[in-house]
Design a binder for this molecule. Structure first.
Ligand code: C2O
Ligand code: CU
Ligand code: CU
Length: 430
Protein backbone atom coordinates (compact mmCIF):
# COMPACT_ATOMS: atom_id res chain seq x y z
CA UNK A 1 0.00 0.00 0.00
CA UNK A 2 0.99 3.63 -0.48
CA UNK A 3 0.48 5.85 2.56
CA UNK A 4 -0.69 9.49 2.60
CA UNK A 5 2.88 10.70 2.15
CA UNK A 6 3.29 8.55 -0.96
CA UNK A 7 5.55 6.03 0.74
CA UNK A 8 5.38 2.37 -0.29
CA UNK A 9 4.62 0.58 2.99
CA UNK A 10 4.95 -3.15 3.62
CA UNK A 11 4.17 -5.20 6.71
CA UNK A 12 6.17 -8.35 7.39
CA UNK A 13 5.69 -10.64 10.34
CA UNK A 14 8.12 -13.51 10.87
CA UNK A 15 6.14 -16.36 12.34
CA UNK A 16 6.02 -20.10 12.90
CA UNK A 17 3.40 -22.28 11.25
CA UNK A 18 2.73 -25.57 9.53
CA UNK A 19 3.05 -26.33 5.84
CA UNK A 20 2.20 -29.24 3.62
CA UNK A 21 5.43 -29.81 1.71
CA UNK A 22 4.41 -33.30 0.64
CA UNK A 23 5.18 -35.01 3.98
CA UNK A 24 2.17 -34.17 6.12
CA UNK A 25 2.22 -31.25 8.53
CA UNK A 26 5.74 -29.81 8.63
CA UNK A 27 6.70 -27.15 11.16
CA UNK A 28 8.02 -24.21 9.13
CA UNK A 29 8.57 -20.48 9.36
CA UNK A 30 7.42 -17.74 7.05
CA UNK A 31 6.61 -14.07 6.68
CA UNK A 32 2.88 -13.34 6.95
CA UNK A 33 2.25 -17.05 6.42
CA UNK A 34 3.72 -20.43 7.18
CA UNK A 35 6.43 -20.64 4.49
CA UNK A 36 8.43 -18.00 2.55
CA UNK A 37 7.03 -14.49 2.30
CA UNK A 38 5.15 -12.21 -0.08
CA UNK A 39 6.84 -10.83 -3.19
CA UNK A 40 7.48 -7.18 -2.43
CA UNK A 41 7.63 -4.76 -5.32
CA UNK A 42 8.50 -1.07 -5.55
CA UNK A 43 9.60 1.42 -8.13
CA UNK A 44 12.80 3.42 -8.44
CA UNK A 45 12.35 6.77 -6.73
CA UNK A 46 9.85 5.50 -4.18
CA UNK A 47 10.35 5.77 -0.45
CA UNK A 48 10.07 2.23 0.91
CA UNK A 49 9.02 1.48 4.48
CA UNK A 50 8.89 -2.05 5.87
CA UNK A 51 7.38 -2.66 9.30
CA UNK A 52 8.86 -5.90 10.56
CA UNK A 53 7.51 -7.80 13.51
CA UNK A 54 9.23 -10.80 15.01
CA UNK A 55 6.65 -13.40 16.02
CA UNK A 56 9.31 -16.09 16.49
CA UNK A 57 10.76 -17.39 19.73
CA UNK A 58 14.25 -16.12 18.88
CA UNK A 59 15.99 -13.05 17.47
CA UNK A 60 16.00 -12.42 13.76
CA UNK A 61 16.76 -9.66 11.25
CA UNK A 62 15.55 -8.99 7.73
CA UNK A 63 18.31 -8.27 5.22
CA UNK A 64 17.57 -6.80 1.77
CA UNK A 65 19.92 -8.78 -0.43
CA UNK A 66 21.07 -6.73 -3.42
CA UNK A 67 19.52 -3.50 -2.21
CA UNK A 68 21.38 -0.20 -2.14
CA UNK A 69 20.38 1.33 1.18
CA UNK A 70 21.69 2.89 4.40
CA UNK A 71 23.54 0.49 6.71
CA UNK A 72 20.95 1.16 9.44
CA UNK A 73 18.25 -0.38 7.23
CA UNK A 74 20.35 -3.25 5.88
CA UNK A 75 19.32 -5.82 8.49
CA UNK A 76 22.78 -7.12 9.33
CA UNK A 77 23.66 -9.04 12.49
CA UNK A 78 24.22 -5.88 14.55
CA UNK A 79 20.53 -5.03 14.60
CA UNK A 80 18.73 -8.09 15.95
CA UNK A 81 14.99 -7.87 16.35
CA UNK A 82 14.35 -9.73 19.58
CA UNK A 83 11.51 -12.26 19.94
CA UNK A 84 8.29 -10.27 20.05
CA UNK A 85 10.08 -7.11 18.91
CA UNK A 86 9.73 -4.97 15.85
CA UNK A 87 11.82 -2.80 13.54
CA UNK A 88 11.11 -0.35 10.79
CA UNK A 89 13.42 -0.39 7.77
CA UNK A 90 13.15 2.62 5.48
CA UNK A 91 15.07 3.75 2.43
CA UNK A 92 14.64 5.46 -0.88
CA UNK A 93 14.73 2.93 -3.67
CA UNK A 94 17.26 4.05 -6.27
CA UNK A 95 18.59 1.28 -8.48
CA UNK A 96 17.72 -0.44 -11.75
CA UNK A 97 14.86 -2.87 -12.30
CA UNK A 98 16.01 -6.17 -10.78
CA UNK A 99 15.11 -9.34 -8.95
CA UNK A 100 16.31 -8.98 -5.36
CA UNK A 101 15.37 -10.91 -2.25
CA UNK A 102 15.10 -10.67 1.49
CA UNK A 103 16.10 -13.12 4.21
CA UNK A 104 17.21 -13.21 7.85
CA UNK A 105 20.81 -12.36 8.76
CA UNK A 106 21.10 -12.90 12.54
CA UNK A 107 24.48 -13.67 14.04
CA UNK A 108 25.22 -17.39 13.46
CA UNK A 109 21.56 -18.37 12.84
CA UNK A 110 21.06 -17.49 9.19
CA UNK A 111 21.24 -21.03 7.82
CA UNK A 112 18.63 -22.40 10.25
CA UNK A 113 16.20 -19.53 9.75
CA UNK A 114 16.38 -19.53 5.96
CA UNK A 115 16.09 -23.32 5.91
CA UNK A 116 12.91 -23.18 8.00
CA UNK A 117 11.38 -20.95 5.33
CA UNK A 118 12.23 -17.31 5.94
CA UNK A 119 12.88 -15.72 2.54
CA UNK A 120 11.04 -13.77 -0.12
CA UNK A 121 11.53 -11.94 -3.39
CA UNK A 122 11.78 -8.18 -3.81
CA UNK A 123 11.25 -6.96 -7.36
CA UNK A 124 12.34 -3.45 -8.23
CA UNK A 125 10.97 -1.58 -11.22
CA UNK A 126 12.52 1.33 -13.03
CA UNK A 127 10.32 3.68 -15.07
CA UNK A 128 13.36 4.44 -17.24
CA UNK A 129 13.49 0.88 -18.62
CA UNK A 130 10.91 -0.37 -21.08
CA UNK A 131 9.13 -2.99 -19.01
CA UNK A 132 6.86 -3.89 -21.93
CA UNK A 133 9.86 -5.14 -23.91
CA UNK A 134 9.96 -8.32 -21.82
CA UNK A 135 7.16 -10.56 -20.55
CA UNK A 136 5.92 -8.62 -17.55
CA UNK A 137 2.54 -9.92 -16.40
CA UNK A 138 3.33 -11.06 -12.87
CA UNK A 139 2.32 -14.65 -12.20
CA UNK A 140 1.29 -15.18 -15.83
CA UNK A 141 4.34 -14.79 -18.08
CA UNK A 142 6.67 -13.22 -15.49
CA UNK A 143 7.05 -15.70 -12.69
CA UNK A 144 9.14 -15.85 -9.50
CA UNK A 145 10.93 -19.18 -9.15
CA UNK A 146 12.47 -19.59 -5.70
CA UNK A 147 14.39 -22.86 -5.76
CA UNK A 148 15.19 -24.64 -2.50
CA UNK A 149 16.21 -28.15 -1.50
CA UNK A 150 14.92 -29.89 1.60
CA UNK A 151 15.84 -32.92 3.62
CA UNK A 152 12.98 -34.57 5.51
CA UNK A 153 13.08 -36.73 8.59
CA UNK A 154 9.54 -38.12 8.65
CA UNK A 155 7.25 -35.14 8.41
CA UNK A 156 9.80 -32.64 9.70
CA UNK A 157 12.70 -30.77 8.12
CA UNK A 158 16.06 -32.20 9.02
CA UNK A 159 19.21 -30.12 9.35
CA UNK A 160 21.57 -32.90 10.23
CA UNK A 161 23.42 -32.34 6.96
CA UNK A 162 24.79 -34.77 4.47
CA UNK A 163 27.68 -37.06 5.30
CA UNK A 164 30.92 -35.50 4.14
CA UNK A 165 29.35 -32.20 3.06
CA UNK A 166 31.50 -29.10 3.57
CA UNK A 167 28.59 -26.81 2.85
CA UNK A 168 25.85 -27.98 5.20
CA UNK A 169 22.41 -29.38 4.54
CA UNK A 170 21.76 -30.80 1.09
CA UNK A 171 18.18 -31.91 0.61
CA UNK A 172 17.10 -34.50 -1.91
CA UNK A 173 13.75 -32.84 -2.59
CA UNK A 174 13.19 -29.63 -4.48
CA UNK A 175 10.60 -26.99 -3.67
CA UNK A 176 9.71 -24.12 -5.97
CA UNK A 177 8.05 -21.26 -4.11
CA UNK A 178 7.44 -23.75 -1.32
CA UNK A 179 5.67 -26.25 -3.60
CA UNK A 180 6.81 -29.86 -4.01
CA UNK A 181 6.52 -31.43 -7.48
CA UNK A 182 5.79 -28.04 -9.03
CA UNK A 183 4.49 -27.23 -12.49
CA UNK A 184 3.56 -23.99 -14.19
CA UNK A 185 0.78 -23.50 -16.72
CA UNK A 186 2.14 -21.29 -19.47
CA UNK A 187 -0.43 -19.32 -21.53
CA UNK A 188 2.02 -17.31 -23.66
CA UNK A 189 4.67 -17.98 -26.32
CA UNK A 190 7.41 -16.59 -24.12
CA UNK A 191 7.70 -16.95 -20.38
CA UNK A 192 10.11 -15.09 -18.12
CA UNK A 193 11.37 -16.93 -15.06
CA UNK A 194 12.93 -14.97 -12.23
CA UNK A 195 15.21 -17.64 -10.78
CA UNK A 196 16.43 -17.28 -7.22
CA UNK A 197 18.65 -19.84 -5.58
CA UNK A 198 17.07 -19.55 -2.12
CA UNK A 199 18.75 -22.65 -0.76
CA UNK A 200 21.23 -22.70 2.09
CA UNK A 201 24.05 -24.50 0.31
CA UNK A 202 23.10 -26.24 -2.90
CA UNK A 203 24.41 -24.99 -6.23
CA UNK A 204 22.18 -25.46 -9.28
CA UNK A 205 23.06 -25.76 -12.92
CA UNK A 206 19.81 -24.98 -14.71
CA UNK A 207 18.96 -26.42 -18.10
CA UNK A 208 15.84 -27.64 -19.89
CA UNK A 209 15.01 -31.32 -20.24
CA UNK A 210 15.25 -31.18 -24.04
CA UNK A 211 18.34 -28.98 -24.02
CA UNK A 212 16.50 -26.05 -25.62
CA UNK A 213 18.16 -22.66 -25.50
CA UNK A 214 16.84 -19.85 -23.37
CA UNK A 215 17.72 -16.19 -23.17
CA UNK A 216 19.47 -14.81 -20.15
CA UNK A 217 18.10 -11.27 -19.76
CA UNK A 218 19.06 -10.28 -16.24
CA UNK A 219 21.40 -11.10 -13.39
CA UNK A 220 21.48 -10.10 -9.70
CA UNK A 221 21.34 -6.33 -10.01
CA UNK A 222 19.46 -5.74 -13.23
CA UNK A 223 18.91 -6.45 -16.89
CA UNK A 224 21.80 -7.20 -19.22
CA UNK A 225 22.75 -5.00 -22.15
CA UNK A 226 21.32 -7.61 -24.48
CA UNK A 227 19.65 -11.03 -24.19
CA UNK A 228 22.23 -13.77 -24.19
CA UNK A 229 21.28 -17.22 -25.53
CA UNK A 230 22.43 -20.13 -23.41
CA UNK A 231 21.56 -23.72 -22.52
CA UNK A 232 23.01 -24.04 -19.02
CA UNK A 233 23.25 -21.57 -16.20
CA UNK A 234 24.78 -22.11 -12.81
CA UNK A 235 23.48 -20.25 -9.77
CA UNK A 236 25.06 -20.48 -6.34
CA UNK A 237 23.17 -19.58 -3.18
CA UNK A 238 21.69 -16.09 -3.28
CA UNK A 239 22.27 -15.50 -6.99
CA UNK A 240 19.39 -14.59 -9.29
CA UNK A 241 18.88 -14.77 -13.03
CA UNK A 242 16.03 -13.73 -15.25
CA UNK A 243 15.59 -16.03 -18.22
CA UNK A 244 13.08 -16.06 -21.06
CA UNK A 245 12.11 -19.33 -22.70
CA UNK A 246 9.98 -19.97 -25.80
CA UNK A 247 7.16 -22.54 -25.69
CA UNK A 248 5.19 -24.42 -28.35
CA UNK A 249 1.43 -24.98 -27.94
CA UNK A 250 0.58 -27.98 -25.80
CA UNK A 251 4.13 -29.04 -25.02
CA UNK A 252 5.73 -29.93 -21.72
CA UNK A 253 9.30 -29.24 -20.86
CA UNK A 254 11.05 -29.40 -17.51
CA UNK A 255 13.51 -26.99 -16.01
CA UNK A 256 16.17 -29.18 -14.48
CA UNK A 257 19.41 -28.85 -12.60
CA UNK A 258 22.30 -31.04 -13.69
CA UNK A 259 25.74 -31.78 -12.18
CA UNK A 260 26.73 -28.29 -11.10
CA UNK A 261 30.39 -28.67 -10.18
CA UNK A 262 32.20 -30.21 -13.15
CA UNK A 263 35.46 -28.42 -12.34
CA UNK A 264 35.68 -29.81 -8.81
CA UNK A 265 37.69 -32.86 -7.84
CA UNK A 266 35.86 -36.09 -7.07
CA UNK A 267 35.47 -35.66 -3.30
CA UNK A 268 34.32 -32.07 -3.43
CA UNK A 269 31.88 -32.91 -6.20
CA UNK A 270 30.39 -35.98 -4.63
CA UNK A 271 29.95 -34.69 -1.08
CA UNK A 272 28.84 -31.18 -1.98
CA UNK A 273 26.07 -32.07 -4.41
CA UNK A 274 28.23 -31.64 -7.48
CA UNK A 275 26.98 -34.80 -9.14
CA UNK A 276 23.31 -34.35 -8.23
CA UNK A 277 20.57 -33.77 -10.81
CA UNK A 278 16.95 -32.80 -10.20
CA UNK A 279 13.75 -31.88 -11.94
CA UNK A 280 12.94 -28.36 -10.78
CA UNK A 281 9.82 -27.07 -12.51
CA UNK A 282 7.65 -28.49 -15.27
CA UNK A 283 6.31 -26.00 -17.79
CA UNK A 284 2.96 -26.95 -19.34
CA UNK A 285 2.04 -24.90 -22.37
CA UNK A 286 -1.63 -24.26 -23.10
CA UNK A 287 -3.06 -25.79 -26.33
CA UNK A 288 -3.16 -22.29 -27.80
CA UNK A 289 -0.61 -19.70 -26.75
CA UNK A 290 -1.08 -15.96 -26.62
CA UNK A 291 1.33 -14.05 -28.80
CA UNK A 292 4.35 -12.55 -27.00
CA UNK A 293 6.34 -9.51 -28.05
CA UNK A 294 9.61 -10.69 -29.60
CA UNK A 295 12.67 -10.21 -27.41
CA UNK A 296 14.34 -6.89 -28.08
CA UNK A 297 17.92 -6.84 -29.41
CA UNK A 298 19.06 -4.56 -26.62
CA UNK A 299 17.86 -4.21 -23.03
CA UNK A 300 19.58 -1.71 -20.75
CA UNK A 301 22.79 0.19 -21.41
CA UNK A 302 25.25 -0.44 -18.60
CA UNK A 303 28.26 1.87 -18.48
CA UNK A 304 31.36 0.02 -17.30
CA UNK A 305 33.12 1.16 -14.16
CA UNK A 306 36.73 2.03 -14.89
CA UNK A 307 39.42 0.39 -12.75
CA UNK A 308 41.70 3.37 -13.44
CA UNK A 309 39.32 5.44 -11.33
CA UNK A 310 39.55 3.11 -8.35
CA UNK A 311 40.57 4.84 -5.14
CA UNK A 312 41.61 1.58 -3.56
CA UNK A 313 42.29 -2.07 -4.34
CA UNK A 314 41.75 -4.78 -1.76
CA UNK A 315 42.58 -8.49 -1.77
CA UNK A 316 40.52 -11.22 -0.18
CA UNK A 317 41.52 -14.87 -0.07
CA UNK A 318 38.95 -17.45 0.89
CA UNK A 319 40.39 -20.54 2.54
CA UNK A 320 38.53 -23.45 4.11
CA UNK A 321 36.56 -21.28 6.55
CA UNK A 322 38.42 -17.97 6.75
CA UNK A 323 38.69 -14.82 4.70
CA UNK A 324 42.27 -13.51 4.82
CA UNK A 325 42.88 -15.91 7.70
CA UNK A 326 40.20 -14.32 9.88
CA UNK A 327 36.74 -15.25 10.96
CA UNK A 328 33.95 -12.76 11.55
CA UNK A 329 34.43 -10.59 14.61
CA UNK A 330 31.51 -8.34 15.35
CA UNK A 331 33.94 -5.82 16.87
CA UNK A 332 36.39 -5.73 13.96
CA UNK A 333 35.91 -3.59 10.88
CA UNK A 334 37.81 -5.08 7.96
CA UNK A 335 37.54 -2.27 5.45
CA UNK A 336 36.86 1.45 5.64
CA UNK A 337 35.56 2.74 2.34
CA UNK A 338 35.27 6.39 1.44
CA UNK A 339 31.82 7.42 0.27
CA UNK A 340 31.37 7.99 -3.46
CA UNK A 341 34.60 6.26 -4.39
CA UNK A 342 35.21 3.26 -6.62
CA UNK A 343 37.12 0.25 -5.35
CA UNK A 344 38.48 -2.91 -6.94
CA UNK A 345 38.22 -6.05 -4.81
CA UNK A 346 40.29 -9.04 -5.84
CA UNK A 347 38.74 -12.20 -4.49
CA UNK A 348 40.34 -15.60 -4.68
CA UNK A 349 39.11 -19.00 -3.70
CA UNK A 350 42.34 -20.41 -2.35
CA UNK A 351 40.72 -23.73 -1.54
CA UNK A 352 38.84 -26.62 -3.13
CA UNK A 353 35.67 -26.02 -1.13
CA UNK A 354 32.74 -24.38 -2.93
CA UNK A 355 32.53 -20.76 -1.79
CA UNK A 356 30.85 -17.66 -3.05
CA UNK A 357 31.29 -13.95 -2.57
CA UNK A 358 28.60 -11.43 -1.71
CA UNK A 359 28.80 -7.73 -0.83
CA UNK A 360 25.99 -5.81 0.83
CA UNK A 361 24.75 -2.43 -0.37
CA UNK A 362 26.39 -2.39 -3.78
CA UNK A 363 26.09 -4.03 -7.14
CA UNK A 364 29.47 -4.73 -8.69
CA UNK A 365 30.85 -5.55 -12.11
CA UNK A 366 33.19 -8.44 -12.69
CA UNK A 367 36.36 -7.17 -14.37
CA UNK A 368 38.17 -10.45 -14.82
CA UNK A 369 38.08 -14.15 -13.96
CA UNK A 370 41.62 -15.50 -13.76
CA UNK A 371 42.71 -12.49 -15.76
CA UNK A 372 40.26 -13.05 -18.64
CA UNK A 373 37.05 -11.23 -19.52
CA UNK A 374 34.05 -12.63 -17.61
CA UNK A 375 31.46 -14.88 -19.29
CA UNK A 376 28.10 -13.23 -20.18
CA UNK A 377 26.38 -14.41 -16.99
CA UNK A 378 28.98 -12.41 -15.05
CA UNK A 379 28.85 -9.47 -17.46
CA UNK A 380 26.06 -7.49 -15.81
CA UNK A 381 25.37 -6.16 -12.33
CA UNK A 382 26.14 -8.74 -9.66
CA UNK A 383 26.09 -8.85 -5.88
CA UNK A 384 26.96 -12.54 -5.47
CA UNK A 385 29.32 -14.71 -7.49
CA UNK A 386 30.35 -18.32 -7.25
CA UNK A 387 34.04 -18.84 -6.57
CA UNK A 388 35.43 -21.79 -8.48
CA UNK A 389 38.29 -23.55 -6.74
CA UNK A 390 41.62 -21.72 -6.97
CA UNK A 391 40.23 -19.05 -9.29
CA UNK A 392 40.73 -15.29 -9.00
CA UNK A 393 37.96 -12.80 -9.53
CA UNK A 394 38.38 -9.08 -9.78
CA UNK A 395 35.27 -6.98 -9.16
CA UNK A 396 34.63 -3.26 -9.14
CA UNK A 397 31.97 -1.23 -7.34
CA UNK A 398 31.07 2.32 -6.49
CA UNK A 399 30.13 2.88 -2.86
CA UNK A 400 27.73 5.78 -3.15
CA UNK A 401 25.25 7.86 -1.23
CA UNK A 402 25.33 6.48 2.29
CA UNK A 403 28.01 7.00 4.90
CA UNK A 404 27.72 5.74 8.46
CA UNK A 405 30.97 5.22 10.34
CA UNK A 406 29.25 3.35 13.16
CA UNK A 407 27.12 0.81 11.29
CA UNK A 408 28.80 -1.87 9.21
CA UNK A 409 27.76 -3.67 6.07
CA UNK A 410 28.82 -7.27 5.55
CA UNK A 411 30.66 -9.13 2.84
CA UNK A 412 30.76 -12.90 3.05
CA UNK A 413 30.54 -16.36 1.58
CA UNK A 414 26.85 -16.99 0.86
CA UNK A 415 27.03 -20.69 1.71
CA UNK A 416 24.95 -20.03 4.82
CA UNK A 417 26.75 -22.54 7.00
CA UNK A 418 30.05 -20.84 6.15
CA UNK A 419 28.55 -17.44 6.82
CA UNK A 420 27.32 -18.59 10.24
CA UNK A 421 30.70 -20.12 11.00
CA UNK A 422 32.32 -16.74 10.45
CA UNK A 423 33.27 -16.58 6.80
CA UNK A 424 32.28 -12.95 6.81
CA UNK A 425 33.83 -9.54 7.18
CA UNK A 426 32.56 -6.02 7.72
CA UNK A 427 33.05 -2.70 6.01
CA UNK A 428 31.94 0.78 6.86
CA UNK A 429 31.52 3.71 4.52
CA UNK A 430 32.75 7.03 5.84
CU1 C2O B 1 21.95 -12.64 1.18
CU2 C2O B 1 24.60 -10.98 3.72
O1 C2O B 1 23.26 -11.82 2.47
CU1 CU C 1 23.08 -9.45 1.14
CU1 CU D 1 32.05 -20.71 1.72
Amino acid sequence: TVDKDGRRVFELRAQAGESDLGHGATRTWGYNGSYLGPTLRAERGEQVVVNIRNGLGESTTVHWHGMHLPAQADGGPHRPIVAGGSFQAAWKLDQPAATLWYHPHPDQRTEAQVYRGLAGMFITDDPATDSAALPHEYGVDDVPVIVQDKDFDGSQLSMSGRFGSDIGVLGDEILVNGTPGPYLDVPTELVRLRLLNGSTARIYNFTFSDGRPFALVGTDGGLLEEPYPMRQLRLSVGERAEIVVAMQPGERVTLRSVKPLPEFDFGNRKFNGGDDSFDVLQLRAAPALRKSTALPKTLVATPRLDPKQAAKTRDFTFSDREINDDRMDMERVDAVVVKNTIEVWNVRNGHDTPHSFHIHDVQFQVLTVDGAAPPPQLGGWKDTIFLEPRKRYSVIARFSDYADPTTAYMFHCHVLKHEDEGMMGQFVIV
